[in-house]
Design a protein. Structure first.
Length: 464
């Protein structure tokens, strides 16, 4: 999972080098990122359900093979077309692999305390991988060249495959006959790919353009046709019963809002550090390190204990509040910011909040999944995360750019106009987190704690 998350951010740092080496125009350079996102976000739900049908271990290993081979092609690419095509293939492999990981975790660790710990480790990787990717991308690009941001996946992929064959128990799945719905597969994949494509193109075309509105309407129509198909199919690809759980549905909706606010901060925060404060690629990665460390400490240790003792909702709410406070602090950025005073507190608040929120949301979103549907639930969690990230980034980047261009037109200095644009995006991001907090507070039911007797006798130790 770390390898897949890294690939969504590690490329961003290397884009200028890729552009110079392969001769990309500014407009076509975005497809190095978009080709991956469209394949990845569009196939997650389908891949998760196929994992339930044919076996999650089999799907995991197949996706790992595709992703690793595609990484080799990306690293060896000498033309624009080869790199974009290989990135699309990477997205397919990433979706096949990551869609079933949470499903495997909840079936391998049915006991609440162990499951919370395992989801905590997963959440650390999923949430902190973005900042690690910024640091790794800068180091590899500056020390060697951009090709190695892809070649580094090869030993990781091979090692993971060897360990997976040894450590993951084989599962047969429930059989393709239980969900061999080809029309449903075509509809859901087309709808999600088109939705992600519409979102990433909206930043260039404009949210009110005929292209954006037309493609958006078509993606909604395809999604509606998919829901109608699944409601009447004898063996639906995606049984709609998964959405009957209020906890699962609300948790995924909260995740869309949360990720939209947080991922926009990573992207626009990195631009602020580079374009206004003059940080280089490695310094940007180091600046975000407190976020990764805070997430690691809480999600792998403290958060699982709190979830077991107090439940997912009680752990999630303060986490969302801390993240909203971090983004609100971020929006007051001055032109000559001091890292210790102006940046570090915001990074710390965001890291602490994400360290509590991600494990809680993962636990809540998987709470209603049966063994037969755990791959589907896992794919749904990853889908809402990707759609939320793409939507949030597109909206926040567009509003930030519009604000900056407006100020430049009035004669503002470039640095001041950029800072004001980023501040607007962070303010809206904080609003998205507050909306997520309100939805979680109103929509999620409090869960009974599942505390082992030893921990119940030592509450202070459990909290610590």
């Amino acid at each position: 999972m770390l390898m897949i998350i890294l690939d969504t951010t590690i490329v961003n740092v290397a884009l200028p080098s890729i552009q110079d080496d392969l001769g990309f125009a500014q407009s076509s350079l975005a497809w190095v990122v978009n080709a991956y996102l469209i394949a990845f976000g569009g196939l997650l739900l389908l891949a998760g359900r196929l994992g339930d049908l044919v076996g999650r271990r089999r799907m995991f290993l197949a996706g790992l093979t595709v992703f690793t081979a595609a990484s080799l092609l990306c690293g060896a690419a000498q033309t624009q077309e080869m790199l974009i095509g290989a990135r699309f293939l990477q997205g397919i492999g990433g979706a096949m692999t990551s869609a079933v990981i949470l499903g495997m975790i909840v079936t391998m660790f049915p006991e609440p305390a162990e499951q919370a710990k395992a989801i905590g480790v997963f959440s650390f990787v999923a949430a902190a991988g973005a900042s690690i990717g910024l640091l790794a991308g800068g180091a590899l690009t500056e020390a060697i060249n951009w090709h190695w941001i892809f070649f580094v996946n090869l030993p990781i992929g091979v090692g993971t495959a060897v360990l997976a064959r040894r450590l993951l128990a084989a599962d047969t799945g429930i059989g393709l006959r239980r969900g061999a719905d080809l029309p449903g597969a075509v509809l859901v994949t087309s709808a999600l790919m088109l939705a992600v494509y519409t979102i990433v193109r909206a930043a260039e075309e404009g949210w009110g353009s005929a292209s954006t509105l037309g493609l958006g309407a078509l993606s909604f129509a395809l999604l509606g046709a998919f829901v109608a198909r699944e409601a009447t199919a004898a063996n639906p690809l995606v049984p709609l019963r998964i959405f009957r759980s209020r906890t699962v549905s609300v948790a995924n909706a909260v995740q869309v809002l949360m990720v939209a606010g947080m991922f926009g901060m990573f992207f626009l925060g990195a631009l602020y550090l580079q374009r206004v404060l003059g940080y280089d690629a490695i310094e940007v990665g180091l600046a975000f390190l407190p976020v990764a460390l805070s997430i690691g400490i809480l999600s792998a240790g403290t958060a699982p204990r709190l979830i077991v003792r107090y439940g997912g909702k009680a752990t999630l709410l303060p986490g969302l509040a801390l993240m909203a406070a971090g983004l609100a602090y971020f929006q007051r950025l001055p032109l000559d910011a001091s890292y210790a005073v102006d940046l570090f507190p915001a990074m710390l608040l965001l890291g602490l909040g994400a360290g509590l929120s991600f494990p809680s949301l993962m636990t809540l979103a998987m709470s209603g999944a049966t063994p037969e549907d755990s791959g589907l639930a896992s794919g749904l969690v990853n889908t809402t995360q990707q759609v939320g990230g793409a939507l949030g980034l597109a909206v926040l980047a567009t509003l930030s750019t519009t604000r900056t261009e407006s100020l430049l037109g009035r004669g503002e200095q470039a640095a001041s106009a950029l800072t004001d644009g980023y501040a607007l995006a962070f303010t809206i991001g904080a609003g998205l987190l507050l909306a997520a907090l309100a939805l979680a507070a109103a929509g999620l039911r409090s869960q009974p704690a599942a505390v082992p007797a030893a921990e119940a006798a030592e509450p202070e130790r459990a909290i610590a």
